[in-house]
Design a protein around this ligand. Structure first.
Ligand SMILES: *Cc1c(COP(=O)(O)O)cnc(C)c1O
Length: 380
């Protein structure tokens, strides 16, 4: 079997919501309410209920949402915020933009999320803890809340829309998410949101993201402009209705990879992504780890040559990004994150991925790893 397999398939998702989105666009275009307005307010209510928190405030994108969450907490300027080295660079960017100091810690070798033991070592000199729910599952929140010891916990929930841990969708004082098109819940452009149970924090986020406005032309505090557009809210409302089914489809696809890749994993050629106990995973990504001693980049090139849209999340941990060199970390500072960056390889995973496409991915991957005819030998 031949054929290309994309990493994500946004057009297939659009086809499901197209009629609803077009009707909603017509409604918004005729209304003249293009920034915030009733569509955004309705989405905020629906997304808060979906996540199980009291308040949701729309923002222009996920990085802004994280910055708004940090600013709303009024942390001491220059205070340290503990976050994982294994994350998308925006997590650290938001901390710096909020006038705070990123304090990086290594990943847990099992699940590659923040290592609570390392976080505990870094926290004494810091003012807040910022775990990242990377790849679609929550970081170990009970342990993290315990070690935070009363310091505010801010969750980067950009990759965990709909994920639960022991039945709960949020644990910290405040969380931020991104609706970048490729996320589990994606807009048709940029959008983000802040989530919290505390009305004062929600209010502060709303004001800071609207030029620090208290009333019209009454600017109580210094802020910036980060508001959600009504057209994006239309898209997000339509997609939110499908999100539980789409997340279930992602989980089913991940389970299928687990079965198809079982023998390769058993032979030590790769490691499958681990799950934190108590988690309901939403499989934003499916990052396998290619065994050390094998050439991950050659495997990636073989997948690309066969038309398979594999990716690496992420090729360098935060501390090795040139833009963050001033934090003063050298190679070797966070060995778990650094090794993961060399070994990780994200296979295509999205709600519309077919079994035939997965079989094709596994076949090409098996061949690249030197297991000729691999997919033919397994029965899921
Ligand atoms: C996508 C993402 C962000 C940033 O969101 P944007 O909407 O692109 O600004 C932040 N953190 C993580 C972990 C992300 O995956």
């Amino acid at each position: 079997m031949t054929g290309s397999v994309p990493l994500v398939d946004l057009a297939a998702a659009h086809a499901e919501v197209e009629a609803e989105v077009r009707a909603g666009f017509d409604r918004v275009l005729a209304s003249g309410a293009y920034v915030k307005g009733p569509e955004v307010a309705a989405f905020e209510r629906e997304y808060a209920a979906f996540t199980g928190v009291r308040h949701c405030v729309g923002a222009a994108n996920g990085t802004d949402a994280l910055e708004l969450a940090l600013r709303a907490l009024d942390l001491p300027p220059g205070g340290g915020v503990v976050l994982p080295a294994n994350t998308f660079v925006a997590t650290a960017e938001a901390v710096l933009r909020a006038g705070l100091r990123p304090v990086l810690v290594d990943a847990d070798p099992e699940h590659l999320l923040i290592d609570p033991g390392r976080a505990a070592e870094a926290l004494p000199g810091a003012v807040a803890l910022l775990p990242v729910h990377l790849y679609g599952q929550l970081a170990p929140m009970r342990a993290l809340l315990e070690i935070a010891d009363g310091r505010p916990v801010i969750e980067d929930a950009a990759q965990s829309q709909g994920a639960r841990q022991h039945g709960r969708g949020a644990y910290g004082r405040i969380a931020a998410t991104s609706f970048y098109p490729g996320k589990n819940l994606g807009a048709y452009g940029d959008a983000g949101a802040v989530l919290t149970d505390e009305p004062e924090l929600a209010d502060a986020v709303r004001r800071i993201g609207d030029h620090g406005t208290r009333g019209k032309y009454d600017h109580e505090r210094f802020g910036f402009n980060s508001r959600m557009d009504a057209l994006q809210a239309v898209v997000l409302r339509a997609k939110l209705r499908r999100l539980p089914a789409w997340n279930a489809a992602r989980r089913a696809a991940a389970d299928r990879y687990g079965a198809l890749l079982g023998a390769l994993a058993g032979a030590g050629a790769l490691t499958l992504p681990g799950t934190v106990p108590g988690n309901e995973h939403v499989r934003h990504l499916y990052p396998v780890r290619i065994a050390p001693g094998r050439d991950r980049d050659a495997v990636l090139a073989a997948l690309h040559a066969a038309g398979i849209g594999a990716g690496v999340h992420y090729p360098a941990p935060v501390h090795l990004q040139p833009a963050l060199r001033h934090l003063g970390h050298r190679a070797g500072a966070f060995p778990v994150a650094e090794r993961a960056a060399r070994e990780l390889l994200s296979l295509p995973l999205h709600p519309h991925l077919t079994e035939a496409q997965q079989t094709r991915v596994v076949e090409v991957l098996g061949r690249a790893l030197g297991a000729e005819g691999y997919a033919g030998r397994v029965t899921p």
